[in-house]
Design a protein around this ligand. Structure first.
Ligand SMILES: C[C@H](O)[C@H](O)[C@H]1CNC2=NC(N)=NC(=O)C2=N1
Length: 91
């Protein structure tokens, strides 16, 4: 089990463009068209499965919202920070 991060660690480690909301970190990605967002979701899902750490994903028109938390630990861990960076690499 990974350690829960402190408030200061979260703020320090949070990748640019990500926000902290309670026990989650979140980012909304914007796309030129709906299907580009859907294609992004597929890539995010593949990374999540490879890392066995899964986000919640909300698909809107030309936008995709991703939310990460470590369910087993009950908060935000380095796994969430790491996945955030990997998802950013998939844009
Ligand atoms: C049994 C447990 O669901 C698995 O170990 C994995 C699956 N994916 C997961 N994803 C996330 N975000 N948090 C978890 O604690 C988690 N656990």
């Amino acid at each position: 089990m990974a350690d829960l991060l402190s408030d200061d660690e979260i703020q320090r480690k949070l990748p640019k463009g990500w926000d902290r909301e309670g026990d989650e970190i979140t980012k909304t990605y914007e796309f030129d068209d709906y299907l580009k967002g859907i294609e992004f979701v597929t890539r995010v899902g593949e990374v999540a499965e490879e890392e066995f750490h899964h986000p919640e994903i909300r698909v809107g028109y030309k936008e995709v919202e991703v939310r990460l938390t470590s369910h087993e630990e009950g908060g935000i861990t380095d796994k969430d920070i790491r996945l955030a960076g990997l998802f950013d690499d998939e844009v």
